[in-house]
Write a protein that binds this ligand. Structure first.
Ligand code: DC
Length: 232
């Protein structure tokens, strides 16, 4: 089969997955698939429906939620009920809610097919928590990107304050620890490092160092060379 490769990047919140996945996708001329955005879109929609936090109501509410990825230009954007919510979902509050709703089987089931359809043609860098373990277990190359919680909180703090958000680094660190516990501790598709993943600790590395490590691992894997030219 001549499918273009699927590359997965899993890891905890704030490890640099989004920036690095986007850059890697650009370098390879692949599509960047941000699966956290789907969980965030569900959380946003549930908030607008006045969800009271009761998990037993979620399965019924999910039946009425439509989340999809649409290609706009060369990027995938997230839509709920026809609205482009790609930017609206980027707050810390929605991230925390997304982590809560992502533990609910009905939500994960609904989003499984959305993710697989988005990657059906291959040529995708898929980023999330269960990419290599559950959604794309046959992915050609898998990465697990980690960093210390202090470093992750510092990066997120700088990112949010640059946007003008009034946040405290200590609060961000506490939110990250809570999300780590929720994402690693849930019974369905928890955040794990797939056994066949290349593990990268980005604590003391720059973004471009991590991207270079990934490109060299992808080249070594042979998948890119066999199907395409090497990356430029
Ligand atoms: O990557 P992110 O911060 O945008 O993700 C938000 C939440 O969504 C995350 O805390 C857990 C959940 N998530 C998930 O359970 N599985 C994924 N593949 C991606 C995200």
């Amino acid at each position: 089969m001549n499918r273009r490769p699927v590359i997965t990047i899993d890891g905890p919140a704030g490890a640099g997955k989004s920036t690095i996945s986007r850059l890697l996708a650009e370098r390879l001329s692949f599509i960047y698939l941000d699966t956290g955005a789907l969980y965030r879109a569900v959380a946003l929609r549930l908030r607008s429906q006045g969800w009271d936090g009761r998990e037993d109501r979620l399965a019924a509410l999910c039946r009425n939620i439509r989340v999809e990825m649409r290609k706009v230009g060369d990027r995938l954007r997230v839509f709920t009920e026809g609205d482009d919510v790609t930017e609206k979902i980027r707050s810390e509050e929605i991230g925390l809610q997304a982590s809560r709703v992502s533990a609910v089987p009905a939500v994960r089931e609904m989003l499984l097919s959305v993710q697989r359809e988005a990657a059906a043609g291959g040529g995708v860098v898929a980023e999330g928590r269960d990419m290599g373990s559950v959604v794309f277990p046959d992915a050609e190359v898998k990465f697990f990107l980690d960093a210390s919680v202090e470093e992750r909180a510092k990066r997120r703090y700088l990112e949010l304050t640059a946007k003008g958000d009034a946040v405290r680094q200590r609060d961000i660190e506490e939110d990250l620890l809570l999300r780590d516990r929720q994402d690693r501790g849930r019974s369905i598709a928890p955040l794990v490092c797939p056994p066949d993943a290349v593990i990268i600790d980005s604590t003391d590395k720059t973004i471009s160092q991590v991207v270079d490590i990934m490109l060299s691992a992808i080249n070594k894997s042979g998948h890119l060379c066999r199907l395409h030219n090497k990356y430029p």
